[in-house]
Design a protein around this ligand. Structure first.
Ligand code: FES
Length: 584
């Protein structure tokens, strides 16, 4: 490796900026030095990009500037040159119409920012739901050595002596308030008690699911997913990640060497055992598409649906991520599943899954059960097929009332989310606890962006009667912190003319989770008549990114990536400016 401060050739891609003997090298080094970097940082050492999704508008990632500093310490210590850069941040609780609309846009930002700049390796700082898949998707399309640091979950919420969980208890409090069992003052008190510290949602919602997905894929240090955001071990992990990414560059350990078919299969099995979010399916499909690993919706049935539920966390269970960490975290789950997993898969540590987890110890078997005595025999998400969802739909049985997993009921149809909110509390709404609520127009194209509206709160008059779960069907998503007999991700969606568009009030619908079937019991001739009369909806926005998204987004069974983003373009910029490259 050259040590010249004015030019070197060391085989690293950053040398094409900082190692040049020409005007381009002069500009790259000279202008970067305006931040106070001394000459020796340009001596050919690995340049590590720290991709930061910090934003005041993403509260779950609000502590990421500190995490970035910890990563920098580790990079410097290992002999690298850390450079932090911002990317679009997706704050789940604030963005409209939905962060899912912008996941692909953020991934483009990440991809192009990495490729366009003098980086040899990348650390992705992720936390709030979509900040994880968006950054990994973008990084996968470049395929440099990459490692992820998640920001960690919040501490357990505390309300009147009990632990409360992000999202899950917010939904419960809202239902109790609507049912007249909670006062406005109590509701306000709960609001101030649920998010007690820095970090992302601490239920096994989408953010925690994504953090566990990262660890299961082998993209972070073993045991990192569950460390609370405010625990000093989170900062130490960030420091160690800084150390490790420099080594990964030297070893040329790229994402594609870690994101193998085996790693994806492991991740599906582990996600089932932890009771992870349904959103996991969309994001894992999209990541697999970027790195070029064949993965299909049916793989989630094949590898996920028969796994034992081992983790007793909300929304499927009782505890929260802080408890999961103290109980031993994901390494314990992985050891429990060792006879099913590909334990020889390589991870960012350079070691196998087996080596990373061999010392795992469970400290609380009420939080993490054993394979021999699980919380449920068959967990995971179930992929449904049938004439209502020819390209699949998703249900999370562990979060549903067991009696509703086999159900036949008559449809109560809402043509749009606005229609739903207008009529759901109408005392004259013709609905019973046996009805099947059907919501159209919340798919990837139709909404657009496939919002988390699929949970559909129950009609007030049924809540007042004590009803707490019903079968609900839509082409949208559900928060990972939510629960219920909710069928999601129906594909094709209604806005492109999928069979969901043809459902009418009073139609009989059969849900049969054991046989993975969702059936609209309407004669084919009648469906043909309705199909002929159907007209597509007008797009909600006809310019800018939303237009690009609407024209190119794929259906839920393909992970909702945009068709032209699937695959990799590698690390080479599309062209080089030549005007600055005359030798000096
Ligand atoms: Fe950010 Fe839940 S709102 S993780």
């Amino acid at each position: 490796m050259s040590t010249s401060s004015n030019g070197h050739s060391n085989g690293l891609r950053s040398a094409n900026w900082f190692g040049r003997h020409d005007l381009a090298g002069f500009a790259a080094r000279g202008w970067t030095k305006n931040q106070g970097y001394p000459d020796h940082l340009f001596d050919g050492r690995p340049v590590i990009g720290i991709c930061n999704t910090w934003s005041d508008l993403t509260p779950c990632n609000g502590h990421f500037r500190i995490i970035a500093e910890m990563v920098k310490r580790g990079v410097y210590e290992a002999g690298g040159f850390p450079v932090e850069f911002p990317v679009m941040s997706l704050g789940e609780t604030l963005m409209q119409p939905t962060t899912m609309l912008y996941r692909n846009l953020a991934s483009m930002d990440v991809e192009e920012s990495i490729r366009a700049n003098p980086l040899d390796g990348v650390v992705l700082l992720t936390g709030c739901d979509k900040t994880t898949p968006s950054t990994i998707m973008g990084a996968a399309s470049v395929d440099l050595p990459t490692i992820v640091v998640s920001g960690g979950p919040m501490l357990n919420g505390k309300y009147r002596g009990t632990d409360i969980g992000s999202g899950t208890d917010a939904y419960k409090f809202t239902e109790e308030m609507r049912a007249g069992n909670m006062s406005a003052a109590e509701y306000l008190e709960a609001e101030g008690s649920i998010s007690r510290s820095e970090g992302h949602c601490m239920t096994m919602g989408t953010a925690s699911t994504m953090a566990c997905m990262v660890e299961s894929l082998g993209l972070t240090l073993s045991g990192a997913a569950a460390i609370p955001a405010v625990d000093s071990r989170r900062k130490r992990t960030a420091h160690l990640v800084g150390n490790r990414i420099v080594e990964m560059v030297r070893e040329d350990l790229r994402l594609s060497k870690i994101l193998t078919r085996e790693a994806f299969e492991n991740t599906i099995m582990i996600n089932a055992a932890i009771g992870g979010s349904t959103n996991f399916i969309l994001h894992l499909l999209a990541i697999a598409g970027r790195i070029g690993v064949p993965l299909a919706l049916e793989d989630f049935n094949r590898f996920g649906s028969e796994q034992p539920l081992l983790v007793n966390l909300m929304p499927s269970g009782k505890y929260l991520m802080e408890d999961f960490y103290y109980a031993g975290g994901l390494p314990v789950v992985i050891q429990q599943l060792k006879d099913r997993l590909h334990m020889d898969a390589i991870t960012v540590t350079g070691k196998t899954v087996a080596e990373n987890t061999e010392d795992a110890v469970c400290y609380n078997d009420d939080v993490i059960a054993t394979v021999d005595k699980p919380w449920a025999e068959a967990s995971g998400t179930t992929i449904l097929y049938g004439n209502l969802c020819p390209d699949g739909a998703v249900i999370k049985p562990s979060a549903a009332t067991p009696e509703l997993l086999q159900h036949r009921g008559q449809a109560v149809v809402f043509e749009s989310i606005e229609d739903y909110y207008e009529r759901i509390d109408d005392p004259d709404l013709d609905v019973t606890a046996d009805s099947v609520m059907v919501l159209k127009g919340i798919g990837p194209r139709g909404f657009p962006g496939m919002p988390e509206e699929g949970k559909m709160g129950l009609p007030k008059k049924l809540l007042e009667q004590g009803v707490r779960d019903m079968v609900r069907i839509s082409d949208g998503r559900m928060s990972g912190t939510a629960y219920g007999a909710v069928v999601l991700h129906v594909a094709p969606e209604s806005a492109v003319g999928g069979p969901l568009a043809l459902v009418e009030d009073g139609d009989w619908i059969e849900l049969d989770v054991a046989n993975r079937r969702l059936h609209l019991d309407v004669p084919e001739e009648e469906l043909t008549r309705r199909r002929t009369a159907w007209t597509p909806p007008t797009p909600h926005q006809d310019r800018g990114y939303v237009r690009l998204y609407t024209e190119h987004v794929m259906q839920a069974n393909s992970g909702c990536d945009m068709d032209f983003l699937v695959g990799k373009s590698g690390a080479e910029p599309a062209r080089q400016q030549m005007g600055r490259k005359l030798k000096v």
